[in-house]
Design a protein. Structure first.
Ligand SMILES: C[C@](O)(CO)[C@H](O)COP(=O)(O)OP(=O)(O)OC[C@H]1O[C@@H](n2ccc(N)nc2=O)[C@H](O)[C@@H]1O
Ligand SMILES: Nc1ncnc2c1ncn2[C@@H]1O[C@H](COP(=O)(O)OP(=O)(O)OP(=O)(O)O)[C@@H](O)[C@H]1O
Length: 282
């Protein structure tokens, strides 16, 4: 296990949803899902500097996102309040994951802040408790705290871990940001896909119920998905979009598909991870 400390690099990996079924809706409006989360080796990176004044400061605010509403700052302050910790920190975020991409970038950043500061401040909150804390920041935060590729249910917080074969993914990033709430709020969204048993799922099974809504509202997503589907039958949108991906058993085939990308389509390769880089941090 890599030793990490103040000023170490702390990774915040992206996730892909290898399928995403909407199987119901709660009274509070949140949807009940079945999905498999796969971590990939494309990450944001965080670094932390200690502060004795107890303040949480973001040294690298994201344009268009007020620092106080940045998920990294909210996560740090949440851990302070939850533990009564009087230490502070300055956060340094090297953003690489596109916002509104369906890759869970902000959620992953928040989870890495919870895991890193729990280690650096020595607050020693158990991982399961950190997952529950993360859920108050967003539905995608718990899985990044959990740290294992997993079949998730509920709103995205109930896990049955899965072993996934190695794979290389070609991810295409349409130049649009897809607002998650608008997709889940669409009247035409299918919300009654029959639930399956986690043990019955195999890689390649399933679809993304959010795809039809995102493609209808964002033609760029539909165009990228149509092209990718002609390269591979595994093509699918991740999360609520905008990114779409296909999986390849070997990197050479993925690289050939990337090389064939039409001009104007932005894409990159990423390898699936066997688990989150911080899966063993305590
Ligand atoms: C689409 C996924 O990324 C799949 O992993 C997640 O379900 C979304 O996770 P997220 O972006 O962290 O979502 P949140 O920030 O918690 O919620 C944004 C909005 O999406 C809707 N939302 C989200 C998750 C969920 N299970 N049901 C929902 O209806 C809610 O309207 C919510 O207000
Ligand atoms: N550190 C951050 N990184 C990215 N987005 C942030 C951050 N802090 C707050 N946000 C806000 O959260 C929103 C959603 O961010 P996030 O990256 O989690 O969504 P996403 O990439 O679409 O993932 P998914 O759709 O799978 O939840 C952004 O559009 C942005 O306004």
């Amino acid at each position: 296990m890599t030793h990490r400390d103040w000023n170490s690099d702390w990774p915040a990996p992206a996730k892909l949803n290898l399928f995403l079924h909407v199987v119901g809706r709660r009274a509070d409006g949140y949807h009940l899902l079945q999905t498999v989360f796969r971590f990939i080796d494309r990450c944001d990176t965080l670094r932390f500097s200690p502060r004795s004044d107890g303040r949480i400061e973001l040294a690298t605010p994201i344009p268009g996102v007020p620092a106080d509403s940045d998920l990294t700052v909210r996560a740090a302050r949440l851990l302070q309040q939850h533990t009564g910790c009087r230490q502070g920190a300055t956060l340094h975020l090297d953003k690489r994951l596109p916002m509104g991409g369906g890759l869970g970038g902000g959620s992953s950043d928040a989870a890495t802040v919870l895991l890193a500061l729990n280690h650096l401040w020595q607050t020693r909150v158990p991982r399961a408790e950190l997952e529950r804390l993360g859920l108050t920041l967003g539905a995608d935060v718990p899985v990044f705290v959990h740290g294992r590729n997993t079949f998730a249910e509920g709103v995205g917080e109930a896990f049955t871990d899965v072993e996934l074969p190695p794979a290389t993914y070609l991810v295409l990033h349409p130049e649009v940001q897809v607002p998650t709430a608008a997709i889940f709020g669409a009247p035409e969204l299918r919300r009654d896909t029959p639930a399956i048993r986690p043990a019955d799922w195999r890689p390649g099974d399933g679809h993304n119920d959010l795809e039809a809504v995102a493609c209808a509202r964002f033609p760029a997503v539909a165009e990228h998905l149509d092209w990718l589907r002609r390269q591979s039958p595994t093509a699918m949108m991740t999360g609520s979009g905008a990114c779409v991906f296909a999986s390849f058993a070997d990197r050479a085939a993925a690289a050939a598909a990337l090389a064939a990308c039409p001009a104007g389509m932005n894409g990159w390769l990423a390898d699936g991870l066997p688990f989150h880089p911080l899966a063993e941090i305590v």
